[in-house]
Write a new protein. Structure first.
Lengths: 181, 110
């Protein structure tokens, strides 16, 4: 009888534990494009505010902001023949802009100066993931990242955050990015 | 708490810097001190994006050289009314730079 009670209790406990685990896994998807989607946990989205801007933007109840949009040569008003896979390299000064024409090199240099001021170019991290690359940089709880999927030369996901540590920011991307499509 | 004319002046400055934007305009009534701080940061960060920005600021304030933190708050209250800040043209940075600042500006009102 005692043993039966233990087994029953154990079964109920296991079910509750798995339900709790399931509840902890509930996520909401932020869709930036057909190829770039990030699933975000309810803990970030509970009582958050989603607001309209050029980007898809969310402000959490605790004041953290996470926003992004998909970039292309077209959206960045770059020439159609520009190799967009090199965009993060030029912008983050990982590759010299010397090979670009003067107008383009000026735009990238100016934009890099803005990024240096806001996010700091000294702490760039480039991480090769399974099928995609993450470029990230953070300064004073302000972070910027570019997600580049392999075999997708046309589009890059740009995301940025305020009030978030680097670990939380990159964790949100790595833990939520839809890798498949 | 910003006065209505300070909000208008702030929006004018934003427009001069990154162009007319309907989504920011829709949040103009919600501009506050946090918005002033964000716009000041945007201007400081984007000086290289707009060659005329330094001149505009010195014309507005009647001073030149390094600007101390909080300069925009003072400028909104005492700005030289004869200076048109709509004349600033040309933005020499990528479109996405503007987008990030637009989001930061609206975020400051929420």
């Amino acid at each position: 009888m005692k043993q039966q009670y233990f087994i029953h209790s154990f079964a109920v406990f296991s079910m509750l534990a798995s339900l709790t685990a399931c509840a902890a896994e509930v996520k909401t998807t932020l869709s930036f494009s057909a190829d770039y989607k990030i699933a975000v946990s309810q803990s970030f989205l509970a009582e958050a505010t989603v607001f309209a801007t050029d980007e898809l933007a969310v402000k959490s109840a605790s004041g953290q902001m996470f926003a992004g949009k998909v970039l292309s040569a077209d959206s960045e008003q770059l020439p159609a023949d520009f190799d967009f896979t090199l965009y993060p390299d030029y912008l983050l000064k990982l590759k010299p802009v010397a090979g670009l024409n003067s107008e383009l090199s000026t735009i990238f240099e100016n934009s890099a100066a803005e990024i240096e001021y806001s996010y700091g170019l000294a702490n760039i991290k480039v991480e090769q993931q399974q099928g995609w690359t993450l470029y990230s940089l953070c300064k004073d709880l302000r972070c910027l990242a570019f997600v580049v999927k392999d075999h997708n030369a046309e589009y890059i996901l740009s995301v940025h955050a305020q009030g978030m540590s680097r670990a939380d920011f990159t964790g949100l991307i790595k833990g939520g990015l839809y890798v498949e499509n | 708490m910003l006065k209505t004319n300070e909000k208008a002046r702030l929006y004018e400055l934003i427009t001069a810097m990154i162009g007319e934007d309907a989504s920011i305009k829709a949040y103009k009534s919600g501009f506050n001190q946090s918005t002033v701080i964000v716009v000041e940061e945007m201007i400081d960060a984007s000086l290289t994006c707009n060659a005329n920005m330094k001149k505009l600021i010195s014309d507005l304030l009647g001073v030149s050289g390094t600007l101390a933190r909080g300069w925009l708050s003072k400028a909104l209250a005492t700005a030289n009314r004869n200076v048109s800040i709509t004349e600033l043209k040309g933005y020499g940075c990528l479109v996405s730079v503007k987008s990030r600042w637009k989001t930061a500006i609206i975020n400051s009102t929420i």
